[in-house]
Design a protein around this ligand. Sequence first.
Ligand SMILES: [Cu+2]
Length: 163
Amino acid sequence: PSFRLLRLQLITPPADVVVKVTGYAWYWGYEYPADQGGGFKFDSNMLEAKDLKPGQTRLLSVDNAMYVPVNKVVKVQVTAADVIHSFAMPSFGVKIDAIPGRLNESWFKAEKEGVYYGQCSELCGNGHPYMPIEIHVVSEQQYAAWLQDAKKKYASVDGPIQL
Ligand SMILES: [Cu+2]
């Protein structure tokens, strides 16, 4: 019976949203594919303590957070660009290694709107404690609005990416 459970754990349900997550020394990059309203990518860096605004959290808040819609299956494809990192989001029960040359996947379905934090969970050098993950879970309308803004904000010279 345990083998059955282990197998079931590995099945990703049909995804509503796919986000590709790349670990760098020492920040995260997020890519939203064009075929689901994205077509952009951006970097997410920890805010220095001196730049924190009221309500933001030391060592966890970032400049550009990852956004996802509430009550949707979000598949994360996780890799790394330099050394091994690990994408860990305790509130969603997600922890998966980000390995250069390999595309791992995991998924979650957030059932409550809000701001959630995670951290890199594979020792990756000097900046290891300073590459947090910040995910905003928002309503479907807010998500659509964010996609529109993000498309302009993160417009890059290499054009839209396809996953
Ligand atoms: Cu790391």
